[in-house]
Design a protein around this ligand. Structure first.
Ligand SMILES: NC(=O)c1ccc[n+]([C@@H]2O[C@H](COP(=O)([O-])OP(=O)(O)OC[C@H]3O[C@@H](n4cnc5c(N)ncnc54)[C@H](OP(=O)(O)O)[C@@H]3O)[C@@H](O)[C@H]2O)c1
Length: 249
């Protein structure tokens, strides 16, 4: 059996939130290379369109489309759902990757850093998933389920505050929510799994990864793309799991 038979995604449609940068960009590329039609959405619509153009220029069997979308508000989520419905009547893969962080020392951690982070990382992820359920159910079968992949973090599993209190708590919520949704959606042939990456160089961690040693670990980014893809494909037989993968620091 060849790799395309095992991991090919011809005919599948995916949505990757935050797909223009970092992990989302890597996952979007891997999905396009595997043959999927990939929708990319984040607040910076032009960046999403530019990345989609780059991915389409790779000459891979899949394709990409980028558009603006904000998962941090209910109106924003509704607009993403409408934009997805304009483009497709079914969704095979939803990668809830968009995320933000906030860092401040204990004693000075601001109250506002809670709703901002929780809205994007948890409420937006949940609301987008529930509003896309009709599309996720549309083509899902027990033999070939639809996949929801939520990006958590090792910080949601281990006692790593590092000044990112609301972020760590939000990622623990993502992991737990993934298990709850996995249980509830198993009967609809939708798997729900969480990735729990360890720290690696991206725009989000730029403030903490400015030294040369960390930048040299960028090689791990490529490895992470593979983990994302394996997480998505491997999810066929798994649901309610969180894959912790730690490297970089
Ligand atoms: N880097 C790490 O060490 C690490 C470790 C564990 C987990 N993670 C998780 O991995 C995911 C991706 O992060 P990354 O490291 O790749 O950093 P990143 O490059 O900053 O990616 C975050 C993405 O989320 C998008 N985004 C932020 N707010 C949004 C909103 N309100 N609506 C829609 N999109 C929004 C951003 O695009 P716009 O600015 O255009 O909206 C950006 O593309 C996050 O969930 C993060 O928590 C990262």
């Amino acid at each position: 059996m060849d790799i395309q038979t095992l991991f090919g995604l011809e005919g599948k449609t995916a949505l990757v939130t935050g797909g223009a940068t970092g992990i989302g960009r890597m996952a979007a590329e891997a999905l396009v290379r595997a043959g999927a039609r990939v929708l990319i959405a984040s607040r910076k619509g032009e960046a999403c369109e530019a990345v989609a153009k780059e991915l389409n220029a790779m000459g891979a069997s899949g394709s990409a489309e980028g558009f603006a979308g904000d998962v941090g508000t209910e109106d924003g989520v509704d607009a993403i759902v409408a934009a997805v419905k304009e483009r497709t009547d079914r969704l095979d893969i939803l990668m809830n990757n968009a995320g933000i962080t906030w860092g401040a020392p204990l004693g000075d951690f601001p109250f506002k850093a809670w709703d901002k982070v929780m809205n994007v990382n948890v409420a937006g992820l949940f609301d987008l998933t529930q509003k896309l359920l009709p599309l996720l159910r549309a083509n899902a079968t027990i033999e070939d389920p639809a996949r929801v992949v939520n990006v958590g973090s090792v910080m949601g599993e281990r006692e790593m505050g590092d000044g990112a209190y609301s972020y760590s708590a939000s990622k623990a919520a993502v992991i737990h929510l993934s298990k709850i949704l996995a249980k509830e959606l198993a009967g609809d042939a939708i798997t729900v799994n969480a990735l729990a990456p360890g720290p690696f160089v991206s725009r989000m961690t730029a403030f903490a990864t400015h030294d040369e040693e960390m930048r040299n670990k960028e090689i791990n980014n490529g490895r992470f793309a593979m983990i994302c893809v394996l997480g998505i494909f491997g999810a066929e037989l798994a649901t309610g799991k969180d894959a912790m993968q730690q490297f970089g620091m």
